[in-house]
Design a protein around this ligand. Structure first.
Ligand code: FAD
Length: 500
């Protein structure tokens, strides 16, 4: 279809992906785009997806969303990191916290000094030198503003929220920014015979919805990108064999933890995500090692509040769409691929896809090479997240359990094998530009999972031993003292933005 300005954009699907896309395009494209979103109440949404990472705040802030309004509308709580329980070994735990790991000296990152301290037997576990880990252990939270020159690190945060309420909240926002919502089930797709592009969607009641650009946010089914355009799927099950999840909400309990829990079990792991009004729980597992009924029983037996609904089983295949953008269709959300929620990355991948798209639209048609660049960047980003998730499984210390034994001994992607090797040898990590997780995340997970380097950077030896001890002690003391001034998480949320 040859466009006249404004570009006509049709979004298929009203889950988190559809409404995040609609909200952002509506807000930023203004009158340069005419945007329609089609969703089907009969089909519904995946309905899970409650834990995020700090980048979500950039998204909400960019849209101009007031944080208190958002927290109250979505029953949100604050998240400072993830506690991994039983991953290194069944009775082990560590935290992957957001933010700074200790304090570096000069150009040398903190973990190099910590490793030397560990070799000397004077360093405590790494989490003792991470402010967010200390704050979350006390179940505390507050927005902390630092004066310029204050050497204490910031306290970056993300949210736990009710995904259904977030989609509803964004729907209101998008509609106020000119997005038109059409309710109905898409039953047919027609193509432009001249170039093979998608021309229009037909709904069950016969309504036709056209567009220059279609954004496929239809979830796992990939209605346009796969069912119509056969983009292909790269399956990562050989590295990430979990293919099922079972979810159940339970009553909210105290304390209101400002962190997600990821508890390993013999065939996968269980999440616990506290919201203001309930706790989200789910068990992720491999169907080759655990059947659905036993998974549901295990989940319900391991709740810390009364269940509020029946457990719901979801099936998935981990991997990415071979091409996220084909012809005039861009897949965003689950239609573009899925990596299990261990590090809460899916909603973030929606956000970065929207960013990439906004670099190109509302120009239409786009430059012929743009699609390939878009697809290459999407692939690199997802592969880096994949490697990070595989690390959690591969570097496990749960010997004697077939699921975990297999993961520990499996061949892993070369990119990850190289990174582990380099860290083990020289304590060095070089994440690339397209990578979501930087050195701070990798260091916490590698060390947390028991990948401890053989040697540290020689410059760390320049610090006399007595000064190294003092440096470690003072770092910890300053963080403990700072954390002690932060209020209780639930008390703070109830004051700042109680759920409406
Ligand atoms: P969906 O929610 O499935 O929405 C699809 C939409 O398409 C619906 O509106 C549906 O009605 C519409 N649709 C489909 N077919 C048609 C049709 N024929 N006609 C009309 N409409 C149609 N992410 C995180 O960031 N953090 C987490 O903690 C997290 N946990 C997760 C746990 C599990 C078990 C799973 C499976 C995912 C999790 N995710 C998480 C991912 C997160 O849920 C998704 O990324 C997010 O919800 C986006 O989903 P979606 O909008 O792509 O798809």
């Amino acid at each position: 279809m040859e466009p006249q300005a404004p570009i006509t954009i049709t979004i298929v699907g009203g889950g988190t992906a559809g409404w995040m896309t609609a909200a952002a395009l509506g807000r930023f494209l203004g009158k340069q785009a005419s945007i329609t979103l089609v969703e089907s109440d009969d089909i519904g949404t995946v309905g899970v997806g409650e834990a995020t990472i700090p980048h979500i705040k950039i998204f909400n802030d960019a849209l101009g969303i007031d944080e208190a309004e958002f927290v109250a509308a979505t029953g949100a709580t604050y998240k400072l990191g993830i506690a991994f329980e039983g991953w290194g070994a069944p009775d082990d735990a560590y935290v992957h916290a957001f933010g700074q790991v200790g304090r570096g000296i000069g150009l040398l990152p903190f973990h190099q000094f910590w490793l030397r301290g560990r070799n000397l037997g004077v360093a405590k576990p790494l989490g003792h030198y991470i402010l967010n880990t200390i704050v979350l252990a006390g179940n505390r939270f507050a927005h902390v503003e630092r004066e310029p020159g204050n050497p204490l690190p910031p306290i970056p945060y993300a949210f736990h929220f009710d995904a259904g309420l977030y989609a509803r909240f964004l729907r209101g926002f998008a509609e106020r920014h000119g997005v038109t919502r059409v309710e109905g089930k898409i039953v047919a797709v027609s193509r432009d015979p001249s170039n093979g592009d998608i021309a229009a969607l037909t709904l069950a009641d016969g309504t036709q919805v056209g567009g220059h650009l279609f954004i496929d946010c239809s979830g796992f089914r990939g209605l346009l990108i796969e069912q119509e355009l056969e983009a292909g799927f790269e399956d990562w099950t050989r590295w990430l064999p979990c293919d099922r999840a079972c979810a159940v909400p339970s009553e909210s309990t105290d304390p209101l933890t400002p962190y997600t829990r990821a508890m390993a079990h013999p065939a996968g792991w269980q999440w616990r995500i506290p919201l203001q009004h309930r706790t989200g729980n789910g068990i992720v597992y491999s169907s080759a090692f655990l059947d659905d009924q036993r998974a549901a029983d295990r989940l319900v037996a391991n709740l810390d509040g009364r269940p509020l609904a029946d457990p719901r089983t979801l099936r998935f295949t981990t991997g990415r769409r071979a091409r996220a953008w084909v012809r005039n269709v861009v897949a965003i959300g689950l239609s573009a691929g899925f990596i299990e929620p261990l590090e809460s990355t899916s909603i973030h991948l929606i956000q970065t896809a929207i960013n990439r798209l906004l670099e190109l639209v509302p120009r239409w048609p786009i430059h012929a090479g743009a699609r390939d660049d878009y697809n290459a960047r999407t692939a690199r980003e997802m592969e880096a997240v994949r490697d990070f998730i595989i690390l959690h499984y591969h570097a496990n210390g749960r010997t004697g359990e077939p699921f975990w034994d297999g993961l520990r001994t499996m061949p892993i992607p070369d990119s990850l094998a190289h990174r582990i090797e380099l860290f083990r040898s020289d304590a060095a990590i070089f994440p690339g530009n397209d990578e979501l997780f930087d050195q701070r995340g990798w260091v916490q997970v590698l060390i947390g999972q028991g990948v401890v380097p053989e040697r540290y950077h020689p410059i760390a030896d320049e610090l006399p031993e007595s000064e190294l001890r003092r440096f470690l002690d003072l770092t910890e003391q300053a963080y403990v003292q700072d954390a002690s001034r932060i209020p209780d998480h639930r008390a703070y949320v109830q004051k700042f933005a109680p759920m409406r």
